[in-house]
Design a protein around this ligand. Structure first.
Ligand code: ADE
Ligand code: ZN
Length: 330
């Protein structure tokens, strides 16, 4: 059994495997511009974040009903459980669905049909985090937050994703203030393709508690020092970074140096259907390619639970942490 871990950076729409995409397209009478799953997989060659996002938004048009979102999330949770995920904090992109006429209730309640049963069915506890699309307007983000108000019992926090460069965190200051006033936790993608300054802005202007990716912090030693001092978790996604060419090869990934620097790093899958692996696959890849030993892997697993939003269930967090400490690498 793989080491127990929490997944903290996972876009549920990015778990849409080609087979499920075609099945949902057939169910909903949606035409996909690919002959079959092999032809679709051929399109999974990305130059950068934007080239991935184009396909990601195109494919999610097959998601229409509550049952579609339930099936998507249930398939993810089954795969995650098989790779040792004990707790998953799941992102979703409501604006991408609202823009197509799919309502917030359809998305949230559909996802919840799977997430709400996940513990009993898969042994995976869950949280739900709604992300704002940073390449859309702040008004659109605020409208999405408004639309989420009847569903806040299902939603733990807010995040910020999509095309990063040219869309600095400060654009969403008021939205994050409103989210905080509603009692929502705050995270944001920053320093994936964007500069280290976006990481600082996400912390100072948006008040985020975790930074998604944050990879480019390594370019700014003073920022690294701050992130270490303030124990700010970073949700890294090594296989994603390779596929989106944020790093040249996995062997060049700065994860070992980041751990040596004392950063609170976690390893996650981002969009596993597109990037070649789920959470356990990412752990395996950094073990094999970056030579991380058992104690480094245990540290990554421990960090994932420490960085999780389990503050309302410390007993559970302690149980998961005990599982990590007791894990025998054999
Ligand atoms: N949306 C889905 N995956 C993303 C990523 N890696 N970066 C930004 N937005 C995303
Ligand atoms: Zn992401």
């Amino acid at each position: 059994m793989p080491i127990p871990k929490a997944e903290l950076h996972l876009h549920i729409e990015g778990t849409l495997e080609p087979e499920l995409a075609f099945a949902l397209a057939a169910r909903n009478g949606v035409e996909l511009p690919y002959a079959d799953t092999d032809a679709l997989r051929e399109a999974y060659r990305f130059q950068d974040l934007q080239s991935f996002l184009n396909l990601y938004y195109e494919l999610m048009t097959v998601l229409r009903t509550e049952r579609d979102f339930e099936d998507l999330a249930d398939a993810y949770l089954a795969r995650a459980a098989a790779q040792g995920v004990r707790h998953a904090e799941v992102f979703f992109d409501p604006q991408a669905h609202l823009a197509r006429g799919v309502g917030m209730g359809t998305v949230v309640e559909g996802l919840w049909r799977a997430l709400g049963r996940s513990e009993e069915k898969h042994g995976v506890s869950t949280r739900l985090i709604m992300c704002f699309l940073r390449d859309e307007s702040a008004e659109s983000a605020m409208a999405a937050l408004d639309a989420a108000k009847p569903h806040l019992d299902r939603i733990t926090g807010v995040g910020l994703d999509s095309a990063e460069v040219g869309h600095p965190p400060a654009k969403f200051r008021e939205v994050y203030e409103a989210a905080a006033a509603l009692g929502l936790r705050r995270v944001a993608h920053a320093g994936e393709e964007g500069p280290p300054e976006y990481v600082t802005e996400a912390l100072d202007v948006l008040g985020v508690e975790r930074v998604d990716h944050g990879l480019r912090c390594v370019e700014d030693p003073a920022l690294v020092e701050r992130l270490v001092r303030e124990r700010v978790p970073l949700t890294l996604c090594p296989l994603s970074n390779v596929r989106l060419r944020t790093v040249d090869t996995l062997a060049d990934h700065p994860l070992p140096a980041m751990l040596d620097a004392g950063l609170l790093c976690t390893v996650n899958s981002d969009d596993p259907a597109y990037f070649g692996g789920y959470a356990g696959d990412n752990f395996d890849a950094v073990r094999e390619t970056l030579g991380l030993g058992p104690e480094r892997l245990r540290e990554l697993a421990r960090n994932s639970f420490l960085a999780s939003f389990l503050d309302d269930d410390e007993e559970r967090r302690a149980r998961y942490l005990a599982e990590v400490e007791a894990y025998d690498f054999g």
